[in-house]
Design a protein around this ligand. Sequence first.
Ligand code: PML
Ligand code: MG
Ligand code: MG
Ligand code: MG
Length: 256
Amino acid sequence: MENLFSVRMRAAKENDGDERGIHISGGEGLRLYHQIQELAEELLQKALTHERGKPDTIHLSIEKVKENPVFVPPISIKNHEANTVEGGREVACQLLRNIGISENSIQSALQHMKKPKSIRGAALIDEVSGLRLDQRGDKGVRVSRMDWDVESLRFMQKSDSSLVHQRAIEASALANKVAFYPEVVAELCWSDDPGYTTGYVTGQGIYHRIPCLKESGNASGGRVFFIRHDVQNIEDLIHRLERQPVLIGWEKKAFE
Ligand code: PML
Ligand code: MG
Ligand code: MG
Ligand code: MG
């Protein structure tokens, strides 16, 4: 039985008045000791060559995970079609309506996603009122300590061609962790990277990949989690989103 390590990177550009700077890129994974170097190098490469620009600070943190990870079986993936941003966003909005998210909340999420200064983590909003529930401002909630179980990913890749793209692999690991919590009804995401225009909606056990969620060249994006209206303890949910180690897949082995 081997220990797992959480390997995390965040890169930022300096910005007067904001000690954490402007977000450039982030990434992470859960790996065994002998795999740390490989992932750390990949993440450093990602930070140094990112299309959002050259960072002034790069934080790389490597930490032994002390809790046993929870295995979360992956949700299914559905690929949608759209040729225009209007069309892509309409697909996203219709999916959110079908999941039961209110029109107020959908509009509030879109306003958030269109902000020119995208936040580093996710915004948590009420599924009915659309009001922001976390108190994290520009930082948002960074979902952390999750990764695909490698064998489960290989298995999923046999039936789903979208899981060959590194982006889709990383984003779906995060989306699977988020969808696992019953307090989260749905998620809307598109990248803040100007060149990447595919995003997704998750809800009711499906990761819906949607092309054309923004114009190429646009650096606005992020994540919104729609939270059940009756959730009392938002801080407890935030703690699990940030700290609970989760492997996406089916359990075959145990870690000590
Ligand atoms: C990001 O990298 O910032 C988010 C990417 C979301 C879309 C991932 C996919 O292609 O499925
Ligand atoms: Mg990212
Ligand atoms: Mg859920
Ligand atoms: Mg990004």
